[in-house]
Design a protein around this ligand. Structure first.
Ligand code: G1P
Length: 295
């Protein structure tokens, strides 16, 4: 089997305005909203780190400066924690910090769509395969989604997308793939459609926000026309790339929460809180009582 080039870099498009979470997102980026006690973006960065990612590329926009501050040392805070012997908190912060020089930030400048956001990372990524993780989607599974994709990529090379089943009624909200022959634990993708009109989706398998892409995508995105929603769509760029390269799908087995929507965000908070031994005992009873009291 051919040795594949290691996936070292991951792109996080974090320029979205988060209008669905106003007024909270008036002054706080949606990626910084907390799920239990960590910002949403931390879950996605952790997933990337678990998959062996060494360089974290954030495509940001105006008003997102706090994300850059978050991935830096907070000197005064740490000094104060040291003075107060808050060692557990110090260790926690140190463990979450990317090493100096391994986080890059670039601005999208104009919100022209996901394809355009990814293209903005082209110089930082350079000529090597890379991952894209949409920070709205946070996942819970024994083996992280990107880790599973990297394992499949070791067998297939090319491009790999993670997919999951959705209610066919919801297919028009996503990018949907067509299913081909099995490869490794996944299958070959025969088709991709961004936000198919109701009743026209080739399957109920949606692209869940995790991608491994070859760098040739950047050339395509550079000249790409606008697609669905009048935006430069990553899916359209991938369709063009699929004319000359293989795309495989990794069927992710785990739970995905769309933290770009209120219901997904609230469910993520409940699900992750229930996984925590320090929180579950205090909330399980009241949660059951709350649900039982629903009229
Ligand atoms: C984007 C992608 C879509 C994917 C979805 C997952 O859409 O374009 O293919 O299925 O993320 O969340 P968006 O949510 O930005 O409309």
């Amino acid at each position: 089997m051919a040795q594949q080039q290691k996936i070292r870099k991951a792109v996080f498009p974090v320029a979205g305005l988060g209008t669905r979470f106003l007024p909270a997102t008036k002054a706080v980026p949606k990626e910084m909203l907390t799920v239990v006690d960590k910002p949403v973006i931390q879950y996605v960065v952790d997933e990337a780190a678990e998959a062996g990612i060494e360089h974290f590329v954030f495509v940001t926009g105006r008003g997102k400066g706090v994300i850059e501050d978050y991935f830096d040392i907070q000197y005064e805070l740490e000094q104060m924690l040291r003075e107060r012997n808050k060692n557990a908190e110090l260790t926690l912060l140190a463990g979450l910090l990317p090493k100096a020089g391994t986080a890059s930030f670039t601005r999208q400048q104009v919100p022209l769509g996901l394809g355009h956001a990814v293209w903005c990372a082209r110089d930082i990524v350079g000529n090597e395969p890379f991952a894209v993780l949409l920070p709205d989607m946070i996942m819970s599974a024994e083996k992280g989604c990107l880790k599973g994709m990297v394992d499949l990529y070791a067998q297939t090379g090319g491009n790999v997308l993670a997919v999951q089943e959705c209610d066919p009624e919801q297919a028009h909200k996503y990018g949907i793939v067509g299913v081909g022959d099995a490869v490794g634990e996944g299958f070959k993708i025969t088709q991709m459609v961004e936000k198919p009109a109701k009743g026209t989706a080739p399957s109920n398998l949606y692209i869940n926000g995790r991608y491994i892409l070859q760098p040739e995508i950047f050339k395509i995105l550079e000249t790409q026309e606008r697609g669905a929603g009048n935006e430069i769509q990553l899916t359209d760029g991938m369709l063009a790339l699929a004319k000359s390269q293989e795309f495989a799908a990794y069927p992710f087995k785990g739970d995905t929460y769309d933290c770009g929507a209120k219901d997904g965000f609230i469910l993520a908070n409940l699900a992750f809180a229930l996984q925590r031994a320090d929180i579950r005992p205090a909330i399980e009873g009241p949660m059951k009582a709350l649900i039982a009291s629903l009229k």
